[in-house]
Design a protein around this ligand. Structure first.
Ligand code: FES
Length: 328
């Protein structure tokens, strides 16, 4: 599926971090250092065939106060989501301390930019990349705040760890089940953005949409709002139609059935497009479009990029026209 570099790692620690959330510390089987990564990076975890063979993306949430910048460890955290397509349940139920699994090297589609002030907004398990960012920002003495929203303290991963770390002074916990005065006052948090303030938001789709809509209404510049969805929102695919794709370099035309993605259909003809999430989140499959009208369904491209109709995500997006010509 992907041509990315992979590593064999052992689960050296698995811990319960909150109700339904487990963390996994991973170290190379050969004991060597792991590749370095920047805050906001994620890895693909390739689950063994014996537990479904799925590939899932998880943000690296190493923090220097827990792993001491240990180059031998990656840490990820996984929310057990029974409604998901099985990856998180397999991680919780079938991956144990001592197991060896395959991961990709880290990639970053959610990188930190230098700024005078940084606002981090986490919804639930969306805290994972932001924890790493907060750690880096604290390490450089940067001006930042982490707002961490969860249902209850019992569902708040790393709460004790954060409270006992240098992040505590920058972190505001907001519990849905808590007292009104501690709930997130989003308009107040996002009020009067400075010219050099950056906003990073990660969590469920509804949380992100609410934050982004509020930020835009309060005058935040689009290019100062950075987001990463935790999984893709559900799509209504009931009206999907078939269409055709022409490969510009060969002129060959391939049919795309209503229930098959462009990536899957082309793969069936021996044309491999590099993919990772296959949910329109990561950006790996970005492909240029030379002709035709795209039906964008990803969370990666901005509204402006979608409107330009020059590129698309063939893992999930489709066509409004009968034919798409791809720069492949
Ligand atoms: S593979 Fe991740 S956006 Fe297409």
């Amino acid at each position: 599926m992907t041509a990315q570099e992979t590593l064999q790692v052992r689960v050296v620690a698995k811990r319960t971090e909150a109700d339904g959330i487990a963390s996994f510390e991973l170290a190379r089987v050969d004991g060597a250092e792991l590749p370095p990564f920047s805050a906001g990076s994620h890895i693909d975890v390739h689950l063994p065939q014996s537990v479904g063979g799925l590939t899932r993306q998880y943000s690296l949430c190493n923090a220097s106060h827990t792993l001491k910048d240990d180059p031998h460890r990656y840490r990820i955290a996984v929310l057990r989501d029974a409604a998901s397509r099985g990856g998180s349940v397999a991680m919780h139920d079938s991956v144990h301390e001592g197991d060896v699994i395959t991961i990709s090297t880290p990639r970053n589609h959610f990188a930190l930019h230098p700024a005078q002030r940084t606002v981090l907004l986490a919804g639930g398990i969306g805290v994972t990349p932001l924890l790493c960012m907060a750690d880096r920002l604290a390490g450089t003495g940067a001006d930042f705040a982490l707002h961490y929203c969860t249902r209850s303290v019992e569902r708040t991963a790393f709460a004790r760890e954060i409270a006992a770390s240098p992040l505590a002074a920058h972190t505001h916990f907001h519990f849905d089940a808590g007292a009104p005065e501690q709930k997130l006052d989003l308009p107040a948090v996002l009020a009067a953005p400075g010219a050099d303030t950056r906003l990073y938001v990660c969590g469920p789709a509804g949380f992100i949409d609410h934050v982004v809509t509020t930020a835009r209404a309060l005058g935040w510049a689009q290019d100062h709002i950075h987001l990463e969805y935790f999984g893709a929102p559900a799509q209504d695919t009931s009206g999907d139609q078939g269409f055709e794709v022409r490969i510009a370099s060969t002129g060959k035309v391939y049919p795309i059935a209503p229930d098959v993605s462009v990536v899957e259909a082309l793969r069936g003809h021996g044309i491999d497009i590099l993919t990772s999430c296959e949910q329109g989140v990561c950006g790996t499959c970005l492909t240029r479009v030379l002709e035709g009208e795209v039906d964008h369904r990803d969370m990666y491209l901005t509204e402006e990029e979608k409107a330009a109709n020059e590129q698309f995500m063939p893992c999930c997006s489709r066509a409004r026209s009968k034919l798409l010509v791809l720069d492949l």
